[in-house]
Design a protein around this ligand. Structure first.
Ligand code: 5GP
Length: 189
């Protein structure tokens, strides 16, 4: 997606050779028009798949997943990371390492929102080692729903997440792929 690639070049800040800051468009301030375009693009790419639910994990994937679900006219479910007073006890739970927080967190989805009749598209902002996506894939597996694929806004192609998931036969589609980066330099495919 050229528009996203252009914005990454203009506004992406490479913190280290494996962490990209996109706070100006995605992870802090949100460029709503760009996000809606990303939703349209995912909806276009997966339109033949009969998707019934879009699934992401809080928090940064929510805006893109919302735009995608809105375009596809299906509900969005975001896996929660923290138990609150209102959290349903009857939920699927998986423990995943968080790439940016450097800790392990639980992610959960209430059993009432995912059933074996669902066809699920996972959406997230970045993929690095693939732990967040794999956690969601395991939850979808527990529910008996069918996974149609994973849509990622920014794939850091030099990390192992996306290829390792593709190796299992799951479709992983990215809107922008970063081949290499260093502070002050980003090589996009
Ligand atoms: P993974 O689980 O694939 O290792 O990491 C994916 C998650 O970590 C994404 O949901 C995203 O929020 C966060 N993440 C991974 N890499 C980056 C990065 O370079 N920049 C930002 N802002 N978030 C990242």
């Amino acid at each position: 997606m050229e528009l996203l690639k252009e914005r990454i070049r203009q506004q992406g800040i490479v913190l280290t050779s494996d962490v990209l800051k996109l706070d100006a468009i995605l992870n802090h301030q949100v460029d709503t028009e760009l996000i809606m375009e990303m939703g349209k693009e995912f909806a276009r790419r997966f339109k033949e798949e009969g998707v019934t639910k879009v699934v992401t994990v809080e928090s940064s994937g929510i805006t893109i997943a919302f735009a995608t679900a809105y375009e596809m006219k299906v509900p969005l479910i975001f896996a929660r990371r923290k138990k609150t007073l209102t959290t349903d006890n009857d939920c699927w739970l998986e423990r995943v390492p968080s790439f940016t927080k450097g800790i392990v967190t639980d992610i959960m989805i209430s059993k009432q929102f995912l059933t074996k009749d669902d066809r699920v598209l996972i959406i997230d902002d970045f993929i690095a080692n693939g732990d967040a996506a794999r956690g969601l894939i395991r939850i979808i597996g527990h529910s008996g729903a069918a996974l149609v694929g994973v849509g990622i806004a920014v794939e850091k192609a030099f990390q192992l997440g996306a290829p390792s998931i593709r190796e299992t036969g799951i479709r992983v589609d990215s809107l922008a792929r970063i081949l290499r980066m260093e502070p002050g330099f980003i090589e996009l495919e």
